[in-house]
Design a protein around this ligand. Structure first.
Ligand SMILES: [Zn+2]
Length: 486
């Protein structure tokens, strides 16, 4: 079975065939480091982390490059506001990004190049384009001449005539075509600069990715990723630069992830519009972010709301509870596995389903659904009564843990200590549902007392009262109760 990916270049799903057998060269456009990153900025890293890990699982050797844009107007502006060098700003936010990234527990990239470390490569790239007459110099400024690249528009499906007709802004007199884009620009006073054949200046934005790709991965790569907002002009310009320079295919598969839609109205209540990734992880948990992102397909718009977060927490809680029950059963029951009563066969079927889903343009929504199906099948084996757990339950638990571990590594999910995670999720839901824990504990104590007194009617009434507060008494659960989600 082979991998199929949706290619923005052809606007359809294509069989994935790498340039070099068994190897994948993958580049994802990284952040401009002038501030803390929003949760939406992490859809790329989380999605491509799974893609990379999946490709490795099915046998590819992947080289993954994710860059830092550390020269940019926004960085310079911020540095001027704070009265510091731009490097102070960029280093601060690279550190912040790396801290967020580690908290998410994603697999480190093979290369995280910074633009400032590749200025020489950028200058030689631009010089080559000038030499090949794909670019021209005007007063220390270098422009790419798009009329010299007849495929311009092939990724975004934009036609030059339409683009030109759409130009309303004042035309830069220096440009031969209003759509020509800048490769190198002279530094203004107070801006960081580097010496170049065209004077002191700094690179334009688009050129950095092409130059870093060429230096690290070579003239042609297999997969280039980014958010859909980068298709035009950024990726279109990258193609023009790369192919204009090498006359070879710049990239074979373009993969773009869609937006995050933060539902302002629906989020305002308890979220208080928390949008920075670090604040989100403080308030909730990195697992919530990863699970929520992966439960939707990367090409669909993902809407985030309070309700969505509560549902995510509830699903995660059920998965972690099954992991906890399995781990407890393994240590609790003595002896070794004799028979798992066909449970491993069920899991094998689900593995086949997961392989089909992920090989079909990384359908993570199906993948998550299959994990859930496995949890349901596991729970159906009857673990509620701890005293009745036997050697078969132990075998099934071992099978389940072994099975889920391979996917937890691949998706960078379900790797937390289960009891701590369940408690964290419960507390989160208690907060989100505005449940008063004192009242809950008081009612639970009253119910225990009623049961001791064999006052079943009273015990049942209290159970109903708790149910009305969204508290469900659950014997198999770590706490003995959980917040119920409709
Ligand atoms: Zn880029």
């Amino acid at each position: 079975m082979s991998l199929v990916v949706y290619n923005t270049l052809s606007n359809k799903k294509e069989k994935f065939v790498p340039i070099e057998e068994g190897k994948v060269k993958l580049y994802l456009c990284g952040p401009t480091v002038y501030n803390y990153l929003h949760i939406g900025n992490f859809r790329g890293p989380i999605t491509f982390n799974l893609m990379r890990n999946w490709m490795e699982k099915i046998g590819y050797e992947v080289t993954f490059v994710y860059n830092y844009t550390d020269v940019d107007d926004k960085i310079i502006q911020r540095a001027n506001e704070e009265g510091v060098e731009s490097k102070v700003i960029s280093e601060r936010y690279i550190d912040a990004f790396e801290e967020d990234f580690r908290r998410l527990g994603l697999k480190p990239h093979d290369y995280n190049p910074k633009v400032t470390d590749f200025i020489d490569n950028i200058i030689s790239f631009v010089a080559e384009l000038v030499e090949k007459e794909k670019a021209y110099v005007v007063d220390g400024e270098v422009f790419y001449e798009i009329n010299k690249f007849e495929d311009y528009g092939k990724l975004s499906k934009n036609k030059l005539d339409d683009l030109n007709a759409g130009q309303r802004v004042e035309v830069d007199q220096k440009k031969r075509n209003p759509l020509d884009f800048v490769l190198w620009k002279p530094a203004k006073k107070g801006e960081p600069y580097w010496d170049s054949p065209w004077g002191k200046g700094r690179p334009g934005w688009h050129i950095e990715c092409s130059a870093m790709i060429k230096s690290i991965l070579g003239e042609s790569i297999d997969i280039h990723g980014g958010g859909i907002d980068l298709i035009f002009p950024h990726h279109e310009c990258e193609i023009a630069q790369g192919e204009g320079c090498s006359d070879k295919n710049y990239c074979n598969y373009w993969i773009h992830n869609n937006f995050i839609n933060m539902d302002g109205e629906k989020m305002s209540k308890s979220l208080g519009n928390v949008t920075l990734a670090r604040d989100f992880m403080d308030m909730y948990h990195p697992e919530i972010l990863k699970y929520m992102f992966l439960s939707a397909h990367y090409r669909s718009v993902l809407s985030i709301s309070d309700e969505k977060i509560i549902q995510t927490a509830s699903s995660l809680s059920r998965i972690y509870n099954a992991i906890l029950v399995a781990k407890e059963t393994i240590t609790m029951v003595e002896g070794d596995l004799v028979e798992d009563n066909g449970f491993s066969k069920k899991l094998e079927e689900l593995s086949a389903k997961i392989t089909r889903a992920l090989n079909d343009d990384f359908n993570t929504a199906e993948f998550i659904a299959s994990i859930f199906e496995a949890v349901r099948a596991f729970n159906a084996l009857g673990f509620a009564n701890k005293k009745k757990r036997n050697i078969n339950h132990k075998g099934q638990s071992q099978t389940f843990i072994k099975w889920i571990s391979q996917y937890s590594q691949m998706a960078s999910l379900f790797n937390e200590e289960p009891r701590q995670m369940i408690n964290a999720l419960d507390e989160m839901m208690i907060k989100l549902k505005r449940i008063d824990l004192n009242i809950v504990n008081d009612l639970l104590a009253q119910r225990s007392k009623a049961r001791e007194d064999k006052n079943w009617t009273k015990a049942d009434d209290i159970r109903d009262e708790l149910a009305a507060m969204n508290i469900e008494i659950l014997d198999g659960h770590a706490r003995g109760w959980r917040v119920k989600i409709q």
